[in-house]
Design a protein around this ligand. Sequence first.
Ligand code: BG6
Length: 302
Amino acid sequence: MTTLLDTLNRNFAIKDKLHFVEGSGGLIIAEVTTQHGNASIALQGAHVMTFTPAGEQPVIWLSDFAKFGRGKSIRGGVPVCWPWFGPHVSDPKLPGHGYARTVDWRLIQVQSLSDDRIRLEFELEESTATRAQWPHHTPVRNIITVGRALEVELATTNACDTPITIGDALHTYFKVGDVRRITIHGLEGCDYLDKVDGGKRKQQSGAITIGQEVDRIYLNTGSNCEIRDPSLQRRIKISSSGSHSTVVWNPWIEKANKMGDFGPDGYLGMLCVETANAAEDVVSLAPGQVHRLVTRYEVAPL
Ligand code: BG6
């Protein structure tokens, strides 16, 4: 019997650069190796799980206690939040952050670029279950390019004949040496909604530091920010387009303990900085319009 794994390896594998394996919980994983860096991507969720530039520490955090399985979201990596961010606006029974991260995506194209980067293009598979949650025809692709930098582009097309509003986020978990020592730059002066203070609107003054639970939607943000990490002696440079919000999240001790997939000190080694369109920054798409949410991560010495 030919399995999906066989088919993927037959149609898309590139010798020494790309192959497909069955990972924990039966998930199918694309393993990408280039001279510039390595990555692994689960087909479920088109979810980047790891990314490590050559000679560097991993850039992306994946919990040692992550649970892997059909229909489960993975704690770490780059979850895709789509077609809404956070709780659904009117139906609390629908999953937080949408369903894109827990359903199958189809690999539709692989390109080996001339500078040895590898690009994979996935499309979300619509089904009766997805249509029950989102009765709109808005095909979405996740295009992931692995090289010295990691680039992720989430492209949504409104194929309906009425305008559609979506929220989205590339909910990236970054690995940091010690979250208590990092600073985040590039959001100074921005307004944010403070989810740990009843959603109050506040204004950021100076760089962001983390010393307690932080859960904020920064609004109307620019296209560059960076994490400075003195413990790992590096900066993670984040550049984006098609994004109006930046979400900064660390659950801290109590919330991480309740979540059950962080492990005892997991929260100290991670930080989410999410390239997003959330809250009042949701995107309205005219019929036929394409919206591209793009983010790019690169490391540099501090
Ligand atoms: C963040 C939200 O984006 O994701 C937080 O702002 C939320 O409120 C976090 O707790 C994790 O969400 P989940 O659904 O992956 O546990």
